[in-house]
Design a protein around this ligand. Structure first.
Ligand code: MN
Length: 702
């Protein structure tokens, strides 16, 4: 089917032709989907957006409208949504970037579309902000907006995906920030939503911008080994193919490759080279099936084909058919011995299972005709997602882990019994919340109830608490209450009340002062973790020391000079980067550059929370000596230690500072600290160590 524009346009410029062609492609995708054909409203949305963004361009120089068109295309093609979402996608940047308001959109396109656009705008608002809590806040907004319309999230996901695909034209420090956010917020969210394909793409794109060199290395190695991998897989599936053919199956067998990002992660976490990642090999069997009742049976039938042809790993059978994963994933996994003694993971899926696994929600549309996206299907799916979010699997990606989020949050988010959200400073108590809702509640507050448990007025709230305020008309404040509250609002209201009530405050004020002192200290202790995290990255020394330095230009590449008596940067002890490492610079409060390794987990968090403090760095000058630790594992034999020390100190002329050896039976482990000048030299040292007979592992550990 082809889309024919209702209104013929008089095309004038080359650029207008490009825009029209992009829109036509979008419409072709739409009219070929199973959705109802609400072409007219989409055309209107396109015109509206085109007019609104007229004259503006993206950083790449192309007309801005191409971005909303691309996002709309992802929405229909990759997320499987319909006209409401397509319109909202076309209009998604109108409220944020142009003079049009939500009301303008509502007038032309109705409340639903206007609400979705507003939701997306709200999320975007926080993203490039400058506050420490931006990330967490933003993230919560994401989650909270889900409760009104899941399409807000899906649209934001499409927006992010397109921005990641076009990240190359952004300034480097923006690239880091956006890539960091993508890894920390969007990829885990895509995972939770069952959007595996989008999750993989987001991760790989982020990885590519964060570690371009390592990304290229892995991609290169993957393509180098491709032919061999195919041979192995071909040999492995040959007997199974025969059985599938004989049983009359229609099927497809894919040799699956782990994503570059997950290979990288495994290499880093397990400290193993590319060659040792065994599950680079994986095979997926997808069979056609037109009878749902037989789906499960067929999976097990194919399973038996593998048992006949191969030796199976007894502990690696995963039955996700009987009990699907929380995000809806269904498949049968097994691991079997392949050629050259390599274990190969096999995933058995019907076509439908495969599409749901890859596309999540989008796949559901494929099995329905003439659907309207606003209907119950969407609600059901949304409820499932909410359920997953409410009961996260214990060992799944902990993106809901409140502790982690609170590290960056000076605020907490609590709910009333009806589910209204109230924002309070961290450390706020039940009494603060009561006053935040209404003075009357504050004055008569007796206690609070959190998860059916009674707590006193002074109880400190935590993010996510749902709090009921218990009141009594006979209850009256007394001056001690001043100690129980944090917020200015509660304090002022309380003071006013007490003054009116004629309570003598002078004596109480003294008490209060002492009390407040005491309380602050307690508070300090409790929050010390948070404070440490918030303060450390940007303050390498106490305030007042030395003269204020001129501000560092965040847009310029900052050249690092390690070889001067006083390097022009600081090193964070959490990952102690060496000259030559891939590093990130953060500008601290004193306008000094503090370095982290790019893959330091702490830096990952900093990056997404303090993106505006990022500065792109480059190593300059000649490096002087630094300390690095190298871990060596191997099989013990006479004289091996001598060979190691001989190699390091004589042949390579590297100064060994300490040497710790631990031998257990045949195996020895050795930690060696050396004085060395660049990260490259450490790599060279490790490579040379591996040439010694018996050494199985040598890697820099700090
Ligand atoms: Mn956008």
């Amino acid at each position: 089917m082809n889309y024919t524009p209702y209104i013929a346009t008089t095309v004038q410029t080359e650029e207008e032709r490009t825009v029209d062609a992009a829109f036509r492609e979008l419409m072709n995708c739409y009219v070929n989907s199973n959705h109802r054909k609400h072409v007219e409203i989409i055309e209107r949305a396109f015109k509206f957006a085109k007019e609104a963004h007229k004259g503006t361009r993206r950083r790449s120089g192309e007309p801005y409208i191409l971005h909303p068109i691309a996002v709309a295309r992802i929405v229909v093609e990759e997320l499987g949504l319909g006209s409401t979402s397509i319109c909202a996608a076309l209009l998604h940047d109108v409220v944020e970037d142009t003079d049009y308001t939500k009301e303008d959109i509502e007038r032309s396109f109705g409340k639903k579309i206007a609400d979705i656009v507003e939701g997306v705008t709200k999320i975007s608002g926080g993203i490039f902000g400058d506050k420490a809590s931006v990330q967490a806040e933003n993230f919560r907004k994401l989650l909270l907006s889900m409760s009104t319309d899941i399409r807000v999230i899906l649209l934001k996901m499409a927006d992010r995906l397109h921005n990641m695909r076009t990240l190359g034209s952004m300034r480097p420090e923006k690239q880091y920030k956006i890539a960091g956010e993508t890894l920390y917020v969007y990829a885990p969210l895509a995972h939770r939503l069952g959007l595996s394909k989008i999750k993989r793409e987001l991760e790989d794109l982020a990885f590519r911008y964060e570690h371009p060199q390592k990304y290229n290395e892995i991609i290169e190695k993957l393509s180098e080994t491709e032919e061999h991998r195919e041979e192995i897989v071909e040999e492995f599936v040959r007997p199974v193919k025969k059985m599938l053919d004989e049983a009359g199956f229609k099927y497809e067998i894919k040799a699956r490759v782990k994503s570059a990002y997950s290979i990288f992660n495994k290499m880093e976490n397990k400290k193993i080279p590319f060659e040792e990642i065994y599950d680079v090999y994986a095979v997926r069997v997808i069979f056609e099936n037109d009878d749902d009742a037989l789906e499960k049976l067929k999976c097990w039938q194919i399973y038996t084909f593998f048992t006949e042809g191969h030796r199976l790993h007894p502990e690696r059978l995963r039955d996700w058919i009987s009990i699907p994963k929380a995000n809806g994933y269904r498949a049968l996994h097994l691991t079997a011995m392949g050629p050259e003694g390599k274990w190969i993971e096999v995933q058995i899926r019907s076509r439908k299972m495969d599409e749901i696994a890859e596309l999540g929600y989008a796949a559901h549309w494929k099995y329905k005709n003439g659907v309207q996206e606003d209907e119950t299907e969407l609600d059901t799916w949304m409820n499932t997602i909410k359920d997953i979010l409410a009961h996260p699997e214990p060992n799944a990606i902990d993106f809901l882990d409140t502790i982690k989020l609170n590290l960056f949050s000076s605020e907490i988010y609590v709910f009333t019994p009806k589910g209204d959200l109230i924002t309070l400073p961290s450390g706020a108590t039940v009494l603060d919340m009561a006053f935040a809702i209404h003075t009357h509640l504050g004055i008569h507050c007796m206690a609070g109830k959190i998860n059916h448990k009674l707590v006193p007025l002074s109880h400190q709230l935590e993010s996510g608490d749902q709090v009921e305020i218990i009141t009594s008309d006979s209850q009256e404040p007394n001056p001690e209450w001043m100690e129980y509250c944090q917020t200015a609002k509660a304090k002022t209201r309380l003071k006013t009340y007490l003054r009116k009530a004629g309570v003598e405050l002078i004596e109480e004020a003294k008490k209060l002062e002492n009390g407040t002192d005491k309380k602050d200290k307690q508070g300090e202790n409790k929050k010390s973790l948070v404070r440490k995290i918030l303060r450390n990255p940007f303050s390498s020394k106490k305030k007042g020391e030395g003269k204020p330095k001129p501000p560092i230009d965040r847009k310029q590449t900052f050249i690092l000079y390690p070889d001067e008596n006083e390097p022009n940067y600081h090193i964070d002890s959490c990952c102690s980067p060496l000259p030559g490492d891939d590093v990130l610079g953060f500008v601290n409060e004193d306008e000094e550059v503090v370095l982290h390794k790019v893959n330091c987990p702490y830096a990952m968090k900093l990056k997404s929370a303090y993106g505006s403090r990022l500065v792109v760095t480059k190593w300059g000058g000649n490096a002087s000596k630094f300390i690095a630790t190298v871990s060596i594992d191997g099989i013990d034999r006479m004289g091996i230690l001598e060979e190691i020390t001989e190699l390091v100190s004589r042949k390579l002329a590297i100064n060994i500072r300490t040497l710790n050896i631990d031998t257990r039976q045949e195996v020895f482990h050795c930690d060696m600290t050396v004085q060395i000048d660049t990260a490259e030299h450490v790599d060279h040292l490790c490579a040379s160590l591996l040439d010694i007979k018996g050494v199985k592992f040598a890697k820099r550990t700090s």
